[in-house]
Design a protein around this ligand. Structure first.
Ligand code: SAH
Ligand code: MG
Length: 925
């Protein structure tokens, strides 16, 4: 049996309330084992100590320090408790029998103690309304009023029977049965009223009435009726709370219950609104007078399942029968007036949304229509609550136990594979598996892995995630694993019709193990609410109107270009990996009536480009704008948005302005340390080779937004044809824009006009139109693909594209410490922040190689394809630790005549022409 033990802080609070003041101090503590490897050494970390003052009572402070603020506070409270000799379990009974006796006593005290009408207990608030009545109902309270406002009663009921936690009907029956035995209290069996056997003295009544003010004018409170029948939509109802009427009376009439004594109350359902609860009609059962076991059995027999309100039950985590009203009204300890607040459909949908991982994220960022749970975590650019906190909230809201994180240090020896030599590669990104990748982590002996376990409320394991990814910082390991689990749940909630059989797969390769029985048992209610029964078509899951698969990422890239852009092109635009700060508004536009409703507005919303952190179309829009430009676009409502407007003829209108862009760390570093910037130096390097070769044709593999092609137009060159290939349409669109501008100018100046083409495609695919060029460049691209893809590109480039010269550049990992130090001037906190995740220059990098790794790759490649290779670089000297960007220059060796035309196969043209100069429609040759 779970014992109700309060935390030290809660115990102090119980006694001293706001008198207890906690002061938490941040302390910098030296870290012994400086983070090894090439990342910035972090020599200090932040820890906390706490001082607790209870004026006039005591003042204590923690002798040691704690990693988390809340731990420091709890520790201080614990010290205070020990000093004060407070008994932890004071007056909480241990056995069901004791609890039962205590429950009887407590109810008795509510109604018979002389001073009850004078106390501040909110139950007196309820009572005072009934004391204003005359006649039959004077002083009669619905039993549910006790349920609604006394926490202790709940604790006692849970001790008597743990099922009480999930069952308001059971609680009601316990109170009913206990009240029958309580001295001085009478209950009526037919109506579930409870009242004092003796009338209160006029003085006591006067005092109660004075303290608990009545309602002078009737109050109108909006509430939501959630029908029991799933096909019926929730709808708004208006409660009219009038003078001298208990508020549950009006709720009863909305529920077609006889009177307020027949209304049951759930626990509160939303932390933010302390009195928001479900009210529902008491099912027609006879309460048996013994401890409530029989009641449960009885209900089972009557097969009452058919009237369970699934939506309300799912939200509250309790069993709720029949139609239910969700209302925010009640008496609290804080105030002597009835507290009310409106609840509307929006509130209801937000509660539902908040139960899902991405919903928690959206709501926490205050951006429901725009934010999406990002797919990557980096400490520097993650916005909103951390993945770990999100996962904890998710479990709490799904009424699961707290998730369990187990972060383990990984010793270096486990990574050393026999036969692999020399330098290691860093291990700190996804994609770099700790084991089995043939490289060692000699310089990274202390890496962390984190596994996550999700338990049911009863602490049964239902999901387990373990991973081979390891991280140089413990918190990164935890956050990344937490995010993986969140993403898993998010996907799961979007395809609830996943057949159960899928769960029975053996430990799956992606690290997840599901325990299907427990899992399905725990999520049964959730499944039925979100449309498990609806077969394969998620569109029919309109129980709540939310769920469908999200549009895939492909669609983002291919979405239409913006037509109306306001403002001058400032040249500063959000690129992959940068942080964009935008303002936006979203309107609902009803085509029929041509009216607009403002749904969401945000004057400062920051997100990382390329992390999946926002709605696809929005990101696509933002990347087409530069700072200070704005644009509008229209998007269809997805199933998820239908909750906002159940109409087909609606669209969402987005208006977006880019306010500020923070470049990825890589770019900032390259600019901070090099003059001209590293990217310029790479271009100049290419130009030198073009001139040497008298090259006339060039292909830039992975041209991105065209920085190289662009610069080539500024230099006098021998080039006649320049081509760019990239897999990102966004990048290519940028490139097309700026090339078009440049070439148009050149046209006016009558300078020579080369042919320029931009292709959309992957550099790992061969396209015969790019065969045998004079020069190929591939600058800072290979590190953006997995290592096997990088090798594939090398092979395809040298065996199929066969350029006379191929220039490949990639970051030199050994140079990183210098970059990081210079880019982050002595700002300690920034160092701390950036040291871990940006071990690599850009977190889109899948790897960064040391000089020897790069040379091994390139030498092997050259040898197998009849090329020579020379190594060079840009940025600083060739002394230790080498160039900032390392470069390999491959040269084709003479080959047989027969071989040379082998690859000119016109039929192999997978690339798509995205832009062409001069315009494709004008025949150019
Ligand atoms: N070469 C450019 C861009 C480097 S960023 C410069 O030096 O500025 C890396 C680029 O590689 C991105 O534009 C990305 O879209 C592209 N890329 C990544 N994988 C690719 C693939 N398989 N095929 C083509 N381009 C790819
Ligand atoms: Mg790069």
């Amino acid at each position: 049996m779970p014992t109700a033990t309060a935390t030290p802080k809660a115990m102090i609070h119980q006694r001293y309330g706001a008198k207890a003041v906690y002061r938490v101090d941040e302390v910098r503590e030296a870290v012994d084992g400086v983070c090894p490897g090439l990342a910035l050494p972090q020599s200090t970390r932040c820890v906390y100590r706490c001082q607790l003052d209870i004026p006039g009572v005591l003042s204590v402070s923690t002798p040691g320090t704690f990693a988390r603020k809340k731990d420091a506070e709890q520790a201080a409270a614990q010290i205070a408790i020990e000093k004060l000799g407070i008994q932890p379990t004071s007056n909480i009974p241990n056995t069901p029998e004791e609890a039962w006796k205590e429950l009887i006593r407590r109810i008795s005290r509510f109604f018979t103690e002389e001073n009850f009408p004078t106390s501040y207990h909110p139950l007196v608030g309820h009572l005072s309304v009934t004391l204003r009545r005359t006649g039959d109902l004077l002083g009669k309270l619905p039993i549910s009023a006790i349920v609604a406002c006394d926490v202790k009663v709940h604790i006692l009921c849970k001790i008597i029977d743990p099922k009480a936690e999930f069952d308001p009907l059971l609680v009601l029956s316990m109170i009913y049965n206990a009240a029958k035995q309580s001295l001085g209290v009478s209950v009526s069996s037919r109506n579930l009223w409870i009242q004092s056997q003796r009338p209160y003295s006029p003085e006591a009544v006067d005092l109660a009435l004075q303290r608990w003010s009545g309602i002078s004018d009737p109050i109108r409170v909006e509430a939501v009726l959630i029908p029991c029948v799933m096909e019926d939509e929730p709808k708004m109802v208006s409660l009219n709370i009038s003078e001298n009427e208990h508020y549950m009376g009006d709720i009863a009439s909305k529920l077609s219950a006889t009177d307020s004594s027949h209304v049951l109350v759930s626990r509160t359902v939303d932390k933010a609104s302390p009195e928001m609860r479900f009210y529902f009609p008491a099912p027609d059962v006879q309460f048996v007078s013994d401890l409530s076991k029989q009641l449960v059995d009885d209900r089972g027999d009557r097969n009452m399942n058919c009237v369970i309100n699934k939506r309300a039950s799912y939200i509250s985590g309790q069993t709720i029968y029949g139609d239910a009203v969700l209302a925010n009204v009640g008496y609290t300890r804080r105030d002597t007036e009835l507290q009310t607040d409106h609840v509307n459909l929006c509130t209801y949908y937000r509660i539902l949304l908040r139960k899902l991982p991405d919903g928690i994220y959206k709501i926490s960022k205050d951006s429901i229509l725009v934010a999406e749970l990002p797919c990557v975590y980096t400490r520097t650019s993650w916005k909103g609550p951390s993945p770990r906190d999100l996962l904890c909230s998710f479990c709490r809201l799904q009424r699961l136990s707290e998730p369990h994180f187990a972060a383990n240090g990984v010793s270096a020896s486990c990574n050393v594979l026999v036969g692999s030599e020399e330098m290691g590669s860093p291990k700190a990104t996804a994609g770099n598996q700790c084991a089995n990748d043939g490289r060692i982590a000699k310089e990274n002996p202390d890496m962390f892995k984190c596994s996550v376990k999700i338990y049911s409320k009863k602490r049964e394991l239902l999901l387990e995630y373990s991973t081979d990814y390891s991280w140089s910082k413990e918190t990164d390991a935890i956050q990344n694993s937490a995010l993986k689990v969140l993403i898993w749940f998010n996907r799961y909630f979007k395809q609830l019709n996943t057949p159960v059989e899928k769960f029975y797969l053996p430990k799956s390769t992606d690290g997840f193990t599901i325990y299907p029985n427990i899992f399905l048992q725990e999520f049964a209610m959730c499944l039925s609410v979100y449309g498990k029964t609806s077969g394969g078509d998620s569109r029919t899951c309109n129980a709540v109107g939310y769920f469908s698969m999200d549009t895939s990422y492909q669609q983002l890239e291919s979405s239409a270009f913006l037509t109306d852009i306001d403002g001058q092109d400032s040249g500063v635009f959000p690129s992959h990996g940068s942080l964009a700060c935008i303002s936006y508004s979203v309107h609902l536009f009803m085509k029929d009536s041509r009216t607009r409703y403002l749904l969401e507005v945000n004057n400062e919303f920051e997100f990382e480009i390329g992390a999946g952190a926002v709605r696809n179309q929005l990101e696509s829009c933002a990347t087409q704008l530069s700072v200070n430009q704005s644009a509008c676009f229209v998007d269809q409502l997805s199933d998820r948005d239908l909750s906002l407007a159940a109409a087909d003829s609606c669209v969402l209108e987005f208006s977006v302005k880019v306010l500020q862009v923070t470049e990825p760390l890589e770019d900032r570093m390259e600019k901070a340390l090099f003059n001209p910037p590293l990217s310029k130096q790479r271009v100049e390097f290419a130009v030198r080779h073009i001139n040497q070769l008298h090259a006339t044709t060039l292909v830039d593999f992975g041209c991105g937004s065209g920085s190289l092609l662009d610069s080539l137009l500024e230099h006098p060159t021998t080039l006649e044809k320049i081509v760019g290939v990239d897999i990102s349409r966004k990048g290519l669109t940028r490139a097309a824009k700026s090339l078009h501008q440049k070439l148009s100018k050149k046209l006016l100046l009558q300078t020579s006009v080369p042919t320029a083409v931009l292709y959309h495609g992957s550099v790992t695919d061969f396209d015969s139109r790019l065969y045998g060029f004079d020069i190929g460049t591939c600058l800072e691209v290979i590190e953006h693909v997995e290592e096997d893809q990088a090798s594939l590109f090398g092979n395809v480039a040298l065996s199929s594209f066969c350029p006379a010269v191929l220039i490949v550049s990639t970051p030199n990992y050994e140079y990183n410490p210098i970059l990081q130090r210079s880019a982050l001037p002595n700002k300690e906190e920034e160092q701390e922040e950036n040291a871990g995740p940006c071990k690599f220059r850009n977190h889109d990098h899948k790897f960064e190689w040391t000089r020897s790794q790069f040379q091994r790759w390139a030498t092997g490649l050259a040898a197998s394809h009849n090329y020579t290779v020379e190594f060079s670089g840009v940025g600083s000297s060739s002394d230790e630790p080498g160039y900032a960007s390392q470069i390999a220059v491959f040269r084709r060796m003479a080959r047989d005549q027969g071989e040379s035309s082998l690859n000119e196969d016109d039929s192999h043209q997978p690339y798509e022409v995205l832009w062409e100069w001069p315009n494709a429609s004008i025949p150019s040759h």
